[in-house]
Write a protein that binds this ligand. Sequence first.
Ligand code: ATP
Length: 514
Amino acid sequence: MQDAKVSPKLSAVSSQGTTPDLYTGEPPLKSANNTWAKVKTDLGYALGPNVHRSWTGQLRVSQANERIVTLAAPSRFIASKIESNYADTVRRLWKKYDMVAPPRDIIFSAATERAPQVREQDKGQAGRKSAGAVPPLAPINSASRNARAQAKPGGDVVNFDNPQAAAANPRERFTFDNFVVGASNELAFAVARQIASCRAAQYNPIVIHGANGMGKTHLLHAIQDAITESEPNYRVKLISSENFVSAFVSSVRGGGRDAIEGFKASLRDVDLLIIDDAHFIADKPGSQEELLHTLVSLVAQGRQILIAADRHPDKIEKASDRLKSYLSSGLVCRIGAADYELRLRILDRLIQRRRASGNPGLAIPQNARDHLAARMNATPRDLEGAFNQIVAQSEFLGTPITLETVQETLSDSRYMAGQRLTVDRIQRAVCEEFNVTLTDMTSKRRARVIARPRQVAMYLSKKLTKRSLPDIGRRFGGRDHTTVMHAVKRIDELRASDAEFNAQIETVEGVLKA
Ligand SMILES: Nc1ncnc2c1ncn2[C@@H]1O[C@H](COP(=O)(O)OP(=O)(O)OP(=O)(O)O)[C@@H](O)[C@H]1O
């Protein structure tokens, strides 16, 4: 009906198959393209040329009506990245330039997927087929994306950042071969191998604990995988404590005696029971009690128990004293933080795996690897996430991975958050600023050009980490805590008296806090 009221000029446009915009006189798709051209120029300034080139510069207008404009990215990955990081900026600039009043909403979508993108009630004149429009696209649903990204590896890992990795069954990559061993995890690894050999239980129960993302689930699946391969008759049950709780609760609620007996039998007819994330059971007294009975009964029959938790059993606050002491009665081993060398080797393994699974030409220069391993120092999971991001970006955009692209990706706040400031990182930053080597940090050399930077690194370690003086001393070639105390005092004095020196320390602090 509206078409009947527009001017003859606009009717002429209409008859060519595009519907004119009531406000600007231009077809909505055309006006959206005009607006987008202006927004794109500003985005280059607002986000910086590199970010714009990699992300928002990939968008194009795919559909438009008088209420909604759809910007399509070449892939779902890029669309989701834009939605989560740059959407506000795009929308703000869109409002500035859109000739349509009120400015239209922006939807981001992926050109690779087909789905309705404009709601029925939003379909105005422009909702009809217009020249140059691409097929309907799926808007990115950030809620479902987040839910998928947070899914746990215990049987349903989904890594949204790397669609190829997401497609793989986690059990296929959680193998002993893919687990890189270093000082922080060698005991847990040796214990896991021992369990996988299916020999009679020497220690029972066994608890492996460590912070989130340190590789516990990986080891549990590796054990299951190895046994399935070598001893198919050996009965292994791997269950998360959440599943334990929900199965227990539904057996109690649901079906009377048979259901409870069925639940118990499912856990007791096994040779090896593995329970992941046991800490989740802590505030559920009924489930805790049932777990304790299960463990006691299996251990009495010589069956092996392996438990993973994010902390030592003694520290699982709401666990009953009986459960805590039972869990601590066998063997407890910890997976500690991966040091720099281990992180580098994990990275090398990730590269090998990626080369073997679809990207044979993957190349990451050594300086970029060093940077990635130095910066992603919180957990192997974070390191892997950043690696996936960098590789996926290079694969999607067809650009090489360099130190600069790695630095740019890691400057994203999501990678900065949670990264620990470690003595190792501090030493590296000081070495760079004062032009000395890492070996100088731990050597016995007393020349001032070496000793002063070493004191600076000790001072910053005391100031910026929670390490104790003796601990810091150990990391500087086994020095005494009084040496560290002296360093802290001396650097404080120098900062107060020497402005140039003070500025140098501020530079290092700035780098570390950036
Ligand atoms: N030593 C390692 N070698 C290779 N990959 C590792 C290593 N440690 C951890 N990873 C990888 O890091 C990711 C996180 O590991 P995992 O899921 O096993 O952690 P987790 O300790 O079980 O964490 P959560 O407590 O959150 O369950 C996995 O992709 C795993 O393959």
